[in-house]
Design a protein around this ligand. Structure first.
Ligand code: GDP
Ligand code: MN
Length: 392
């Protein structure tokens, strides 16, 4: 999958996307009229053998996991006999791909591929536009191509006010697809893909490969669709596609109690108000040599209950060796936060050090409440981050 963000920073994009499986994305493609071979699912080698009855050989067996790169990881295999299907499914169902264990395989008739193209749409923050990406060199090496020969991927900004403009699109399609019948097919596919992207508030849609068959037909042989979390409130049908394995247990618990929470690999638990401040706090922790255990935005109007729930979830993670509470009170009242912390100390054991930075609305009341209970607080963020990194 093509990503624009530098890998060194925490990717804000990762924090607000919902991913779905290929089979779910293929079904959406079909809803939008994008041609994609029929498929079925199986969760055991025997079931795969039986389910594949309906397809002509060769059959492609594909791992269904919420990550790309399955081909290279051995998660996509072609089979020519029922035995081969069973064997392929057996191998693939035992795999773990980018830490996702494969529970399900997709089966479909394997199409003859004359050539592989790539078409994708994403949001490009630097051009502040939806960006259409097209390449005549699709397939499993698109990521390498993006790094080594970025010019081989055509990028076209699309501004919602004007939408897809033929005068811009046409020359690129001529360059990549060359013949008129293919250009026409590609045009229809791109149109449908753009409708899907905008109507369902996607953050990424990709067809890779978009295969050219010997009959000169363009078919989507893979489907990737990610959604902007913030748009999901408008799309019950998409929300219903959510897969629990996308979320850690902590994230599922957090969602239940209305917290915006993302698990990370580090050991410093973070409780912050505001998504932007939470991101900045994580960057600062990294800057001073620490690693955040989570992203957590307790939100604007945080009641004490939220802080209590946040602490419970963070303390449930055995890796956490210290907690940083960073509150820049606007709508959030620092005394509410302080009450939440005190409520938590009464209800649960907090066995790790906490560094508390409080500033803004009602901070003096909040600080007094905390210092009366024996906590020290800071008002400078840099000092607080340095302290929490050194603690524990
Ligand atoms: P990814 O590696 O996770 O992107 O998985 P893909 O679904 O893209 O599959 C990887 C590769 O397998 C593709 O680039 C194709 O080369 C190949 N592949 C997938 N489906 C078919 C098919 O129906 N027929 C043939 N011949 N190859 C396929
Ligand atoms: Mn692919």
């Amino acid at each position: 999958m093509l990503q624009k963000n530098s890998p060194k920073r925490i990717k804000s994009v990762d924090l607000v996307e919902m991913k779905i499986h290929e089979y779910q994305a293929r079904s959406l493609f079909r809803d939008y009229g994008i041609a994609c071979p029929a498929d079925t699912l199986a969760d055991s080698p025997e079931a795969a053998r039986q389910a594949a009855d309906q397809f002509d050989f060769p059959v492609v067996v594909k791992a269904q996991v919420l990550s790309g790169g399955r081909g290279k990881a051995g998660g996509v295999k072609l089979a020519n006999t029922p035995d081969e299907i069973e064997k392929a499914a057996d191998k693939i169902l035992g795999l773990s791909i980018q830490s996702y264990s494969v529970e399900t395989v997709l089966l479909a008739h394997a199409v003859d591929i004359a050539r592989e193209f790539y078409i994708g749409l994403t949001i490009d923050r630097s051009s502040k536009a939806i960006t259409l990406m097209i390449s005549g060199s699709g397939g499993v090496d698109i990521e390498t191509l993006a790094v080594e020969n970025p010019d081989a991927i055509h990028k076209i900004p699309i501004y919602p006010a004007t939408g897809l403009e033929q005068k811009v699109l046409r020359p690129v399609l001529e360059n990549v697809f060359e013949s008129e019948p293919l250009i026409e097919q590609a045009n229809v596919i791109i149109d449908s893909l753009y409708r899907l992207f905008t109507e369902k508030d996607c953050s990424l849609v990709e067809i890779n490969p978009l295969a050219l068959t010997p009959a000169n037909e363009l078919l989507a042989l893979d489907a990737k669709v990610n959604f902007d979390d913030n748009g999901l409130i408008k799309h019950q049908d998409i929300e219903a596609l959510r897969n629990d394995e996308e979320s850690s247990k902590d994230e599922l618990r957090a969602r239940e109690v209305g917290l915006s929470f993302v698990s990370m690999d580090g050991d410093i638990g973070c409780i912050v108000n505001g998504a932007g401040l939470a991101m900045a706090t994580m960057d600062l922790i990294k800057h001073f040599g620490g690693t955040p255990a989570n992203f957590l935005d307790v939100g604007g109007s945080s009641n004490p209950e939220k802080v209590l729930n946040a602490l419970k979830i963070i303390l449930g993670n055995p890796k956490v060796r210290a907690i940083l509470i960073n509150i820049f009170g606007g709508i959030t009242r620092c005394d509410d936060i302080a009450k939440g912390i005190l409520m938590a100390t009464e209800q649960i054991d907090i066995p790790v050090p906490m560094v508390i930075r409080l500033i803004g609305t009602n901070d003096e009341t909040g600080r007094t409440l905390l210092s009366d209970a024996g906590f020290t607080t800071l008002d400078n963020l840099t000092e607080a981050v340095k302290k929490v990194v050194q603690t524990g």
